[in-house]
Design a protein around this ligand. Structure first.
Ligand code: MTE
Ligand code: MO
Length: 211
């Protein structure tokens, strides 16, 4: 598969301003609905071994920690159905995910962000990263670390064994193959944000590109 350079991709997306074909009030401006489930990422699908997989919680937290797969997978499971919106203009309605809610993750593991923590950086196997404000994560009652899609374990290309699903933000914030969360005092751009994607990425405000 040919990998498009991030710079080319941004240029192409900026030119492709298509009007919304779907006026449904569930669909944010400039999006169209698809029944397919496109696979989108930069770089190859990583090979991951659950035996050696680990998840790091670090940065501005009272007690940094490292979790192995059995510990992560033992977090309480929630199943939710939400719409997802990709900045490349497709939206998919009623996608069902199972995993650990952000708020259960914090509570169960007794993760206490320090007072100056305002944002997190999610880190992934392979080096992808994306930044999210703590306020946005805490306000999204469906934000989760997902391990299953439509009742089945994630497929490798959709993020197995673990990905984020943050339905209130554009889907590039829903990091696949996630293996770490870094609490930060202040904001810092992740992968796509460095190339010009918006720092926040609210689809209802069309926060596609930064200034
Ligand atoms: N690790 C990683 N996660 C990623 C990406 C990536 O390049 N690497 N791309 C993001 C983008 S731009 C999108 S639109 C969604 C696509 O998820 P999907 O392939 O399951 O549809 O994954 C997001 N998560
Ligand atoms: Mo994307």
């Amino acid at each position: 598969m040919r990998i498009e350079s991030p710079i080319k991709r941004i240029e192409r997306l900026k030119k492709a301003s298509r009007p919304s074909r779907d006026r449904d009030e569930r669909v944010p401006p400039g999006q169209f609905v698809t029944d397919r489930f496109p696979v989108l990422h930069h770089g190859p699908v990583p090979h991951i071994d659950l035996e050696t997989w680990s998840f790091r919680v670090f940065g501005r937290v009272a007690a940094p920690l490292t979790l192995d797969w059995p510990r992560f997978r033992s977090l309480p499971e929630t199943t939710l159905t939400r719409d997802i919106h990709c900045v490349t203009r497709w939206s998919k309605l009623d996608t069902t995910w199972s995993g650990a809610l952000w708020r259960d993750f914090l509570r169960e593991l007794e993760i206490e962000p320090l007072e100056d923590a305002t944002h997190v950086m999610f880190h992934c196997v392979g080096g992808y990263a994306t930044n999210v404000a703590l306020a946005d994560l805490n306000a999204d009652d469906a934000a989760m670390f997902a391990w299953a899609y439509e009742g089945k374990p994630l497929t490798p290309e959709h993020g197995w064994p673990l990905r984020l699903v943050i339905p209130t933000l554009y889907f590039w914030k829903s990091a696949k193959w996630v293996n770490g969360v870094e609490f930060m005092s202040g904001d810092r751009p992740g992968f796509w944000e460095t190339y010009g994607y918006h720092m926040r990425g609210d689809p209802w405000r069309e926060e596609r590109f930064g200034v």
